[in-house]
Design a protein around this ligand. Sequence first.
Ligand code: FUB
Ligand code: ZN
Length: 638
Amino acid sequence: MENAKVINLKDIKFENGFWKEMQELVRNEVIPYQSKALDDGIDGAEPSRCKENFRKAAKALRLRKSGVKTPVYPTDKWHYTEEAGAFKGWVFQDSDLYKWIEAASYSLINHRDLKLEKAVDGAIELICSAAEDDGYIDTLYTINNPAARFENLRDFHELYCFGHLAEAACAHYSATGKKTLLSAAARFADLICKEFGEGGIQGYGGHPIAEEGLLKLYGKTGKRDYLDTARLFINRRGTRPYYFDLERGETTPKGEIKYTYNQAHLPVREQKEAAGHAVRAVYLYTAMAHLARIDDDSELLNTCKALFDDITDKKMYITGGIGSTKEGEAFTYAYDLPNGTAYAETCASVGMIFFARRMAQADFDSKYFNTAEKCLYNCVLAGMAEDGKSFFYTNPLEIDPKTLAADERKSHIKAVRQKWFDCACCPPNIARLISDLGEYCFMENDDTIFINLYENCKAKFDNAEIEINGDYTGSGKISVKIKPAEPVKIAFRIPDWSDNYIFSVKNPFVKKGYAYFEINEEQTIEADFSPRIKIMRCNPKVRENIGKVAVTRGPFVYCLEEKDNLSNLHMLRLAEHPKFSFDGENIFANGYREYFSSTALYSEYRPVKEKLVHLKFIPYYKWANRGENEMAVYIRYR
Ligand code: FUB
Ligand code: ZN
């Protein structure tokens, strides 16, 4: 199996490009904002209660240690609002703080900041104060009822919270060299390895991520128990009798399929179609691809390949969104991609990038980072406002704000980004991904450095230094200066949107979408990917978009907004041979608006009357930054 390692974030410095600006936004605005939000400090935002829960858990522990009996509260729901002394929020509320620490840690690697480091230390102290003597950390159970832990693995997210804790701990250790959080995560991991090993609880988490958390911890500590337990969780999943039946005293007849929502309907190696809750799915597939590479398990990797292709070939929006329905926040069936009711959770696209990265490390094919790029520049980025202070959880491809209140099918859709959510999984996920993006730009094996994403940066590798400059998203021209310490190959991902790419060094060896260059001495290679405005259509099986097209340029998908094109965007049509122009950001074209003077709901067909209009398309990720208005990615054509 092919095998490339991720490079160390410390060895990459973003200089002055598109993502550098985004990282600065995350550092200056998003991370401080989210810290306040987790402590309920944002006026008018939904309260988080996350830090409050940690404080309550620490207090409960202190009281119990001093012999005081603490009250027992129920642990039977996903969301808690009532009793004053009890846990508040969603069962996975702790994970928001872990994701914040992870984002802040990557940010500290990119930019030293003593104030932020201190704030992170404070958050870690808070977490450690809520750790039970045996290493267990989960404020819901520590506050409400410690005796009930690990009783409902299907729903109640203890292993999920652990997974995020482990990821945060690895990031924090990399950033600071401090072992405080790493030791806390390792103690909890040791407990999990003991409790869930052979002869222990035969279960696995209903929301995967403990698997990836354990694999990352294994990477940091080298402790094989973590690898073994991750493997155990993955291989146990979906086997009969279903563990989720056992834990609730149920049985499932032989032929019946259950637990698709949790990707536990079949043993993972038999899962060939992406199904169920989209975030859970891609978090699981990420760990499967990661494990496949570590174990050199080609059967598992082939399963991952089938799942990846199933998503990208049949179940992904042009924006990189996944999950077509709010029912179970889930995948549905092939080519079911409704625009106005899309779920397309920001976290799911973030998770898809995690999955793509793990696939690319095990199978050097550009399709993985083509997909990651699509998710990143569109669905993921749309999840955050331009000022970094409000967020989308779901990412539709079409919206008319007037229709939302009256239509339960769209109850998950918001017309403007929200300051915070009581279920706030998405905002810190965007922050941790963007802060860690340097690690996604490159990967390397013994003889090759792969450039997966293009950003102006300087990077150090085992056998070379690389400097990238240029304007990837604008002109599409970049220059890559390579200083090899020994002969090395550099593999450039050829973006799938680039039809007429040119490299200054002719005739590179091209394999699976990467152009390989042998570098023996210092050299600069120029690449011109020539982005052009494209009219994109869907496979006609996507019934909603028949006769419609989307406009793209380079990695960006574009959309129409009411602010620029007036209301009733569905009445617009792109001219058959549009004259496009581009002002460096927006796209303009000629088109038509249907003109209909009658108010009759039905009338006999007459040739359609149209008025000529000038259409303005803006990058999809920028929509809803000018207040509430209609938006549409697809427009009628011909
Ligand atoms: O269950 C934890 C997170 O909450 C999921 O990943 C999101 O989809 C949201 O439901
Ligand atoms: Zn989310």
